[in-house]
Structures are given as structure tokens and as C-alpha cells.
Write a protein that binds this ligand. Structure first.
Ligand SMILES: [Zn+2]
Length: 76
């Protein structure tokens, strides 16, 4: 999650993004089960895909460059 949050600093999040990022980094989420976390991550990724395609592309190339896909929470 730290890796992905860092990447997202480079774009201008809309209100929905901010809500989901807050949700993802909330204390509640820290204690949530894997399934719940995966759901919220998937929701966020879907939103990014439809609304911020350039971010997804940037993240993809970053992941590829750094070979860090196992650490990339959105794909868990
Ligand atoms: Zn957004």
C-alpha cells in the first residue's frame, strides 16, 4: 500500500479518489479482513481505470520498471 500511495501522489485525485484513499488508509481498514480490503482496492482500481486512465498507465509502467508487483496491494 505504501508503494501505491506514493505513486498516487503524482496525480490530482477527485473527491471520489480522496474518499477511497481515506477509506483504504483508515484504521478500520487496517483491521479489516483480506476480502474487505481487496474489495475496496478493486473498487478504487475500477474507478481509476474509468476516470484516471493515465494514472493506471503510470502505475503499470512503474510496477513493471521496479518489478514490485508482489508488493502492489491493488492486485492482491
Ligand atoms: Zn477519481
Amino acid at each position: 500500500m505504501i508503494t501505491s500511495m506514493k505513486l498516487f501522489l503524482d496525480f490530482d485525485p477527485c473527491v471520489e479518489c480522496k474518499e477511497m484513499m481515506t477509506e483504504l488508509s483508515s484504521e478500520e481498514m487496517l483491521f479489516a479482513d483480506d476480502e474487505t480490503r481487496a474489495d475496496v482496492s478493486a473498487k478504487f482500481l475500477r474507478h481509476l481505470t474509468y476516470n484516471h486512465n493515465e494514472v493506471v498507465k503510470a502505475v503499470m509502467s512503474e510496477v513493471k520498471n521496479q518489478q514490485r508487483s508482489p508488493e502492489f496491494d491493488l492486485y492482491k
